[in-house]
Design a protein around this ligand. Structure first.
Ligand code: SAM
Length: 170
């Protein structure tokens, strides 16, 4: 069940430190069909509605080359979330789980991530499918999908490092 900002039975809040959002720079804004958390999907779908990611200046030139990738990782700031819950009840049935075992938008640093399909780019606007955030959600970062991305810099020592001891299988 979607939450607005209520506390449910057995949920636990903490005295959270004052947020210092100013240490992040929002590089754009996400335009989606959803204006209410009650109707927003919980996870995006690659066949979901087309959404637009708007990039602000001076970051538009940083899109150069992104058209090579059909899949992008999008990081965004779930700005309307409360941030002080450590135990949450997603089903609102009295059972609780720790915030870090959930993908809930309610977390100390409300970062959302989605893998999206890039449809096309028009200047500062990217049309994508696969998002699950409210209209106007601030954009933190864009990255090429890690499977499609091959490092462009020369290899370095740690790239192929493996664990020294492998797990024992009994
Ligand atoms: N896909 C992301 C992830 O896994 O990190 C986000 C998942 S989160 C469960 C998606 C939900 O966050 C939506 O269904 C909506 O209820 C809520 N949400 C979306 N945009 C938000 C915003 N700007 N502020 C607060 N909550 C938001």
């Amino acid at each position: 069940m979607v939450r607005l900002n209520e506390i449910r039975p057995n949920e636990v809040t903490v005295e959270a430190p004052q947020p210092t959002d100013a240490s992040l720079v929002f590089i754009g804004r996400i335009h989606t069909p959803w204006t209410s958390r009650l109707t927003c999907p919980r996870q995006g779908r690659l066949d979901g509605p087309i959404c637009t990611i708007e990039i602000f200046e001076p970051w538009v030139a940083a899109l150069a080359g992104i058209e090579r990738y059909s899949m992008l990782e999008v990081l965004y700031w779930l700005d309307q979330s409360r941030r002080d819950l450590i135990l949450q009840s997603p089903a609102n049935d009295g059972s609780v789980r720790g915030t870090f075992s959930l993908r809930s938008p309610v977390r100390p640093n409300p970062i959302g991530t989605s893998m999206v399909r890039l449809i096309d780019i028009d200047g500062a606007h990217l049309r994508v499918q696969g998002l699950d955030c409210l209209d106007g959600t601030p954009l933190i970062d864009l990255k090429p999908d890690r499977c499609q991305f091959t490092p462009l810099a020369p290899p370095q020592a740690g790239d192929d490092e493996r664990a020294a001891v492998t797990a024992r299988i009994d």
